[in-house]
Ligand binder design. Structure first.
Ligand code: FES
Length: 133
């Protein structure tokens, strides 16, 4: 027998891209986006360590998994920031992309005329999650 929560999915809306998709509560917002082939949130390590997928939750309820404090501090988390790869919806969510690649999403005209560096280099550090949230 399954509870109603088992079959719940929540609508996730990404402000910058205008995309919306459905995500179940047991799947991270980033994984849910990728599963449906959406692209509004930049994807990095998928492991809570690089900060590329950082978002601000502007509306909705959620919980987070383990995130590296090097890329999402407790103060940032208290202010509504989270790593989409460690963000699980408990209601419909409204998100704004604020991670390292947000600028590429916010300025497509600039990105169109510039080489696609996205601010990443081969030496960009990736920090492993170091604290339970
Ligand atoms: S993809 Fe690296 S922290 Fe989420």
């Amino acid at each position: 027998m399954s509870s109603p929560a088992d079959s719940s999915t929540y609508r996730v809306h990404i402000a910058e891209s205008g995309e919306s998709y459905l995500c179940p509560p047991q799947r991270s917002v980033l994984h849910g986006m990728e599963a449906l082939r959406h692209k509004g949130i930049p994807v990095g390590c998928r492991n809570g360590g690089c900060g590329v997928c950082k978002v601000r939750v502007t509306s909705g309820q959620y919980h987070t998994g383990k995130m590296s404090r090097a890329v999402c501090t407790q103060a940032e988390q208290a202010a509504g920031l989270a790593l989409a790869c460690r963000l699980y919806p408990l209601s419909d969510l409204e998100l704004s992309v604020v991670g390292k690649m947000a600028r590429a999403l916010l300025a497509p005209a600039i990105a169109k005329n510039a080489p696609p560096s996205f601010g990443l280099t081969a030496t960009a550090p990736i920090f492993p999650p170091d604290e339970e949230t």
